[in-house]
Design a binder for this molecule. Sequence first.
Ligand SMILES: *Cc1c(COP(=O)(O)O)cnc(C)c1O
Length: 393
Amino acid sequence: MNYQVNENGFYGTFGGAYIPEILHGCVENLRNNYLQIMDSEDFKQEYDQLLQDYVGRPSPLYLAQRLSEQCGCNIYLKREDLNHTGAHKINNTIGQILLARRMGKRRIIAETGAGQHGVATATVCALMNMECIVYMGKTDVERQHVNVQKMQMLGATVRPVTSGNMTLKDATNEAIRDWCCHPSDTFYIIGSTVGPHPYPDMVARMQSVISREIKKQLAEKIGRDYPDYLLACVGGGSNAAGTIYHYLDNDKVKIVLAEAGGKGIDTGMSAATIQLGKLGVIHGSKTLVMQNEDGQIEEPYSISAGLDYPGIGPMHANLAATKRAAVLAINDDEALEAAFNLTRIEGIIPALESAHALGALKKLKFSPTDVVVLTVSGRGDKDMDTYINSIKK
Ligand SMILES: *Cc1c(COP(=O)(O)O)cnc(C)c1O
């Protein structure tokens, strides 16, 4: 079984590039160049140097002793929360901006929901002196005020989007519209393993530094370069893709993906796309999509703004369909409980997204010798209001 993308841009039946004619040339150009550029010595050197000195990689692989005792196994946390800007997203935006420069693009656009990808994009645009326009639903602009201020301080233009529900899906539509108007000078930095081919593969490769490091770090710590379990949360799928990338073909490694159950998958307020979605096309990719009977996209819900995406990366849809990965829906209250637990026993305040991966621990049966690697995709600073309000209730 091959879990990587094929030459047509598909993972099994998922993926492809369903894009307007006007974008065909620029997506084709990217597709013809991304591998060659990413494999060049010049790119690798600049990218690796920035990952090390600017992002602070390698991120630690930390044996969480008290959490391990609690779960009856050996749990290592991959600390993406310690990266510059507080999450894994910077691994991808640095890679894409280096690619954009090498392709002669001068203008960067991005979409953002919670604002985390917007901040990571604005950060690398400041670093590389590139124009940056971030599309963000008006509802999210109001909800995520601190991230909007950060983007503005970094020199980006934040364009509030007032169509639809004024959230991530609408921001993405607007970014694609902009791209259609400026295909020759603009590079669209997509924040997850979603969008038309080659984006899912490109983003997965840029995040694959996570599993490359896990292999090396595990070999040093336990004398074996693979764990029994890998756990990560999935919104679009990029931190999970990075976590599992170099282990996909190792069937000794069980993969568990945690998606956002919201208030429960049967409540109509959920973002559990893999369990609730049906085959459709979203943002240029054929994948599982939360949609009604007419094929209209349904607004997802999760307490965590980074997980409420109505689609899922085609790689992950295929991993679920082929049963290579087990997928668990973790509800808001389970994620909150897991976040407070980690904070109290390990002194680490995780992002609400990451708390969904932590919430999955309770649902699995481990044996005492099991080695579990769980990716903490980001830190919880941005979620403090939600955490504090949940105590008051
Ligand atoms: C954006 C985000 C996610 C979800 O995105 P993926 O592409 O699924 O990784 C998860 N955790 C954090 C901290 C995020 O900022």
